[in-house]
Design a protein around this ligand. Sequence first.
Ligand code: FAD
Length: 495
Amino acid sequence: MGKLKIGVVGSGVAGMASAIRMAIKGFDVHVYEQSEVAGGKLNQLNGNGYRFDTGPSLFTLPQLLDDLFTAAGKEASSYIRYNRLDVVTRYFYPDGSVLNANADPVAFADECSATFGEPAHNILNYLKESKLLYELTANLFIFSPFPTYKVFSSPEAKLLARNPRRLRAFTTMHQVNVKSFADSRIVQLFDRYATYNGSNPYKAPGTLTMIPHLEHNVGAFFPEKGMRQVSEALEALALDVGVTFHFSSAVGKILTDKNGVTGLLVKGEEVKFDAVVNDTDIFYAYPTLLPEKKLPWLYKQQEPSTSALIFYWGVKTTHPQLELHNILFSENYRKEFEEMERGRISTDPTVYLFISSKQVASDAPAGCENWFTMINVPPDTGQNWPKLVEECRVSIQAKIKAMLGIDLKPIIEFERVIDPPTIARTTSSFGGSLYGISSNGMMAAFSRHPNHRKSIPGLYFVGGSVHPGGGIPLCLASAKIVDDLVSSPHNSCNL
Ligand SMILES: Cc1cc2nc3c(=O)[nH]c(=O)nc-3n(C[C@H](O)[C@H](O)[C@H](O)COP(=O)(O)OP(=O)(O)OC[C@H]3O[C@@H](n4cnc5c(N)ncnc54)[C@H](O)[C@@H]3O)c2cc1C
């Protein structure tokens, strides 16, 4: 048999990571990307001397990225270098209190105790539980194909079957947090981790309380040249291992016959492939690229993750009271999520400020800062976005003035705005959802679209909208699963 020829649709993190892994195995891999550049949501914009990462800003589990370089026999540090952050996030509360979330668990617990009187052991116990939960579930729900007989017969699954409560799936994340902490501001801080995969802490299962383990025990990191360096490093590695990229090449259709996948339709031309990896959102892929195949009912029911409204502001002063990552909390967190459920935006949203020039001086002119100012918003269902952008600009700037004492109006010298329809248009994500599918509900992890469906031989799925979920680490995990499945298809015994 000749060299297996694989087509990858989309050059997001997961598309590139799977392409790299398959090229290392010796396959002939071609990545088709509709845009002119690689990276998908992990992109950047430049203007007036400012550079902004447009998508992800939090970088956790970098070892999953390093694994790719190791697999290729390369030194990761010759492609990307990153540093561990001492302060993960600086939190600002409406009552004027400020908390530095130190990466070090003991320093963090002491800070919570000194600022809010939260007993330090509550924080330390929580992070310990978070670690145990991660260790118990990671192999089942993150690093293996799901659902498979192999996973269900694993020692971890048997342990959980004996004591399902350990999964914390029968209670919401918020309920776990209320039980764990004395101070409502600490509850709000830990509730926020649900947004790390675009979920609602009042609906997401307590299983998501494993997320803080990644930031405080394993660590939060930042690449030396900013987040965009992650996709640049992936692209460079892909080229080095022999992947061929086709830019400005939108795939029109994934071609199939009764035996499975036969190739791709690109710019009206049929290109033959032995297998195809789809890195686009399944809610886009099924109706557009696979019109003859139906998205099964179970997966259709999944709630998309939240989207975002982001103002990229070039600010001509510096602000020592701000960190790389900053959160300006709202008065009523529950209300924010209730509004989003109704497709609306709260008048007092929590504001996230990410200023990469705090770490990468060249990202802003001297004496200036690049403010990535984001609020979580519902996915696009036809809201009047131009009007919402105007309203949110006013409410966000008013909040920043009230909470930080910074009057932005006279000091903003550059602005770009990205709203859900823009995210949807540029990355083909459903309604502009950031992470694909949310984890809102006890069964979310069990009902994600798998990485392979037996009924479509030769077609594999990676990226945020499929198992194990959204965010850079999980996208990298999906790429590894798919590489294993392509190499050993007998493993894909989906139920
Ligand atoms: C604003 C924002 C903030 C985020 N913050 C974080 C964070 O802090 N940390 C974190 O870990 N994650 C974060 N995420 C999520 C993270 O960016 C995504 O989960 C991840 O990058 C998705 O990668 P992917 O491989 O699924 O594909 P995507 O990045 O969605 O890429 C899909 C690619 O497919 C291409 N494509 C689509 N249709 C076609 C077609 N027909 N033909 C060819 N190409 C096509 C698109 O152009 C795109 O390049 C954030 C996302 C956004 C948008």
